[in-house]
Design a binder for this molecule. Structure first.
Ligand code: ADP
Ligand code: MG
Length: 642
């Protein structure tokens, strides 16, 4: 069986005890804060005595998958590795950690090798690294026959296959292992194996119904989304409303939160239970059973819940609180959709949660703080990020995403919507740069725009400029965002000859003097809540304001655009804007504004231009299309891309 997209490992963990022991060894022996994705499953499989086949990217952390079980299992683990140089490194490291490890290979003199063999015989060694040519000698094999063996771990297992890129004839002899030691489980590890090579490895070593952990960490059927954590219970029930009868896990930080949330959901008609380590063993089992059987839809749980739970049809995993690292997040969210069917991973992010973790970190021993902080930073950046979540999540584990599935994540779905007309702000900024002589940077210009009582600014008499204080409607961070986007897109450029002051480029002049529109990614206030709005909020946000609503109502009653304008005392352009809002919110039918032939042409032109600005499209289409028509169609495209 394969643990990746399709299915769940058939390992059954009768109690939480193995997990506990794994975690303890991970921390106390190896000093890691958490397990990487898949490590837990692999280690559990090995501890369960099962043959295990691991295909995992380089750097994925394969070594720990046999080193940790070796520490926990009573007998000897033999590690076969092709690289003599690496053996010494690994063994040195393990010895430093206090693990009784050693290696035997051709780099040792006869006496030393004898001495180490004696240590193996007397049970002083728990982890023995050996090169295949040495291992398969009759003398060595008969020595091993006399000791208690727990596991053969074959690293770089692709070396066994002639079809692999690194075939080593010495590895071929390993096929005798199963014959000579039929009762000792075998675990194989490789980062690179085509399907053929994989099959060859399994056949050569005669693996028995191996637990297969394969390759990519991507879970293409999971759609990732992050919502700001405000009024999270309400958002949660909104999310659950369309999912009644489906199985899901809601992870929370504390036992009290688990109990409280489950109780509240129950009152609100959701079949929910809580689960955490504070419950009696029997009660925990009972609740787990109810969830597995489907008598309960939602498990509100701490991270004590989940490992070894064989429930393939979990349709969503919600994190109501921020996990402390992406390792954990990957693992927990990955419990959704093991059956390969569409599933959701939803995370609520708040700055406050990040601060809480930061607080916990400060209470940790100094030696653990640095890693924990790096992990937290990565978690927070991921949650606040605006790039594809799948790509960034895999990227964190050094895997490159090859294709974006559809649906993929909120970030992938957002860009069309999130680019907005920011001409006015751009004009302010550019004009401010011009008027101050193009010799100041973004921070200074922002101070002018925001009307700061800054000494340097006052000394330059820049408080007398017409642009002084005109940007008070926006915060410092939003101006920083606008400045960086204007730079990125070539409207302004730091001029080294003027102390890196921002010079206005020809593109910027067009904005100032030819009223060219400026479209920039919307700024997102991530300081207290983050990005990705809930769908409901997005809708609200998009729905038309009061003034627009009135125009929309009139239009729906059959009144022409120009008549609405004169009746309301607005310019037709304003009413066009109102109706475009109506199109975007779904209140106005685009059909009533632009005929389908023209619509197709405009959509095509937007597609070709690759940018939401109106002007390039207008230029492509010529005089038989009006700006208004183009604007309406653009609104319609935004609506349907939601
Ligand atoms: P592989 O053999 O899969 O290429 P390694 O076993 O050499 O990868 O591990 C790569 C790196 O990841 C090593 O530096 C190892 O210490 C580190 N590592 C492995 N597991 C963890 C973990 N759970 N947490 C932090 N670091 C880990
Ligand atoms: Mg390795």
């Amino acid at each position: 069986m394969v643990l990746s997209i399709q299915s769940m490992p058939a390992i059954s963990l009768p109690t939480e005890e193995p997990q506990q022991r794994i975690r303890e060894a991970m921390q106390s022996v190896f000093g890691f804060g958490s397990l990487r994705p898949l490590q837990e499953e692999i280690i559990s499989s090995i501890l369960g005595g099962r043959d295990t086949f691991v295909l995992m990217p380089t750097g994925g952390g394969k070594s720990l998958c046999y080193q940790l079980p070796a520490v926990l299992m009573p007998g000897l683990t033999v590690v076969v590795s092709p690289l003599i140089a690496l053996m010494k490194d690994q063994v040195d490291k393990l010895v430093t950690l206090g693990v009784p490890a050693t290696f035997i290979n051709s780099s040792l003199g006869y006496e030393e090798a004898r001495r180490r063999q004696a240590d193996v015989m007397t049970g002083k060694v728990g982890l023995l690294y050996v090169a295949p040519e040495r291992l398969m000698t009759p003398a060595f094999l008969s020595m091993l026959a006399a000791v208690n063996l727990s596991l053969f771990a074959i690293d770089e297992a692709h070396c066994i296959s002639e079809w692999g890129h690194d075939f080593r004839p010495d590895y071929r002899a390993l096929s005798e292992l199963r014959v000579k030691f039929p009762d000792v489980p075998i675990a194989t590890f490789t980062a690179t194996a085509t399907t053929d090579v994989q099959a060859d490895i399994r056949a050569q070593l005669a693996l028995r119904d191996p637990f297969i952990v394969q390759g990519s960490l991507d879970r293409p059927n999971i759609r990732y989304e992050v919502w700001p954590k405000r009024d999270s219970y309400r958002s949660l029930t909104g999310f659950l409303a369309s999912r009644s009868g489906e199985s899901g896990i809601i992870y929370v930080q504390s036992r009290a939160m688990a109990d409280g949330t489950a109780a509240r959901l129950t009152r609100d008609g959701v079949r929910a239970l809580s689960y955490h380590a504070g419950l009696e063993g029997e009660e925990r089992h009972a609740r787990q059973d109810l969830f597995l059987k489907g008598s309960v839809d939602v498990m509100v749980a701490t991270i004590a819940f989940g490992m070894g739970i064989d429930k393939p049809d979990i349709r969503y995993v919600v994190h109501l609180d921020l996990p402390k690292n992406l390792e954990g997040y990957y693992q927990e969210s990955g419990r959704a959709g093991r059956d390969g069917q569409a599933a959701d991973a939803l995370l609520f992010y708040s700055y406050g949660d990040a601060m809480k973790h930061e607080h916990f970190i400060q209470e940790k021993p100094e030696s653990e703080q640095q890693i924990a902080r790096l992990q937290l930073t990565a978690m927070v950046e991921w949650a606040k990020g605006t790039d594809c979540r799948r790509e960034t999540l895999l990227g964190y584990f050094d895997e490159q995403l090859l294709a974006h599935p559809d649906p993929c994540c909120d970030a992938c779905e957002a860009p069309v919507l999130e680019e907005s007309d920011q001409t006015e702000a751009a004009q302010m900024f550019l004009s401010c740069a011009k008027r101050t002589g193009e010799q100041f940077g973004a921070v200074y210009l922002t101070k002018v725009l925001m009307g700061a009582r800054d000494k340097r600014l006052l000394g330059n008499a820049h408080d007398e400029l017409p642009t002084y204080g005109i940007g008070r409607g926006k915060g410092r961070e939003e101006w920083a965002h606008i400045a960086s986007k204007l730079m990125e897109r070539g409207y302004v450029k730091p001029d080294a000859e003027r102390g890196n002051g921002l010079a206005v480029m020809p593109l910027g002049d067009e904005v100032l003097f030819r009223r060219e529109e400026v479209w920039l990614p919307k700024w997102r206030d991530t300081s207290h809540g983050g990005h990705g709005k809930p769908r409901a909020a997005r809708r609200l946000q998009l729905s038309a304001g009061d003034s627009a609503r009135e125009s929309i109502e009139m239009f729906r009653r059959g009144i022409e655009l120009h008549e609405i304008a004169s009746a309301r005392g607005f310019s037709p352009v304003t009413i066009e804007g109102h109706l475009a809002q109506g199109v975007q919110s779904g209140d106005v039918d685009i059909e009533d504004l632009v005929n389908s032939e023209k619509r197709a042409a405009i959509e095509e032109a937007f597609f070709n231009s690759g940018h939401p600005a109106l002007k390039p499209v207008k230029e492509m289409l010529g005089d038989s299309f009006s700006y208004a028509e183009i604007k309406f169609v653009r609104a319609g495209m935004n609506a349907s891309s939601r």
